[in-house]
Structure formats: C-alpha cells, structure tokens
Design a protein. Structure first.
Length: 131
C-alpha cells in the first residue's frame, strides 16, 4: 500500500520514529508523549535559570555603571551600599588577576576590586581593551 506524503513526513516528536495512523498523531504512544512533555518542562526550567542569571549580571553591571562617574577612572563603594542597590556578589562574568596578584571581578566591562574593610574599587574596562 502506498504511503501518502503527509504520513511519510510525520515523525514522533519524542523519538523521531515515523508515525503511522491518524494524521494528527504526534507521538508513538503515551510513553513518548510523557517523555516529550518532561523534556519541554526541563527546557523551560533551564531557560528560566539562565535568564535569571543573565538579568542578575546585567543588573550588577548597571549598578557598577551607576556608581562610577563617566569622567572618572575609578570609584569606591562599600559592601553595604552595593547590597542596598541590589548587587549580587555571587555573580560575575570573569576574573582578572594582575601581575601583582590582585583579582578584579568583572560583570562584562565593569569590574571591582575588593579592598580592605568591605570597600570596593570600581573600574571600567578601557575602550581599547575590548578586543
Ligand atoms: Zn516515539
């Protein structure tokens, strides 16, 4: 018996096997349907997690940007102020360690260096160092 083009192109969304039968079928069976739904749920949770971290990083950057005046090279802020502004110390994009062993924590192009007594030196990457 010939298989119509439509039936031929239908595959199970979960396992990718060709589907036979009703044209509106999306899965082989309940097992595949459940598998697929669980996968979709996991994907949703994952992207929410990633989105939250991205938002936190962007917020951190915005806070550092707010503290550092455009005309200045550096600024200082204490932990209390940063936290009140909603800064999350847990999240940063990368670290930069100088030859003298100081480690800067960066959120994109803005960074901070922990100083003594919970003070922080805020810095911005220089334009020529983006590449
Ligand atoms: Zn299947």
């Amino acid at each position: 018996m010939a298989v119509s083009a439509d039936e031929k192109s239908k595959i199970c969304l979960a396992c990718g096997k060709p589907l036979k039968g009703r044209i509106d079928k999306k899965f082989c069976d309940d097992y595949c349907r459940n598998n697929y739904n669980n996968q979709q749920k996991a994907k949703g949770a994952y992207s929410a997690y990633v989105r939250n971290i991205n938002n936190t990083l962007l917020k951190n950057r915005r806070i550092l940007e707010e503290i550092l005046p455009e005309a200045e090279e550096t600024a200082k802020a204490n932990k209390d102020k940063l936290q009140r502004m909603g800064f999350h110390f847990k999240y940063f994009t990368h670290l930069y360690t100088t030859k003298t062993g100081k480690t800067y924590f960066y959120c994109y192009d803005y960074g901070y260096l922990p100083l003594e007594n919970e003070w922080f030196l805020i810095v911005k990457k220089k334009d020529e160092s983006y590449n």
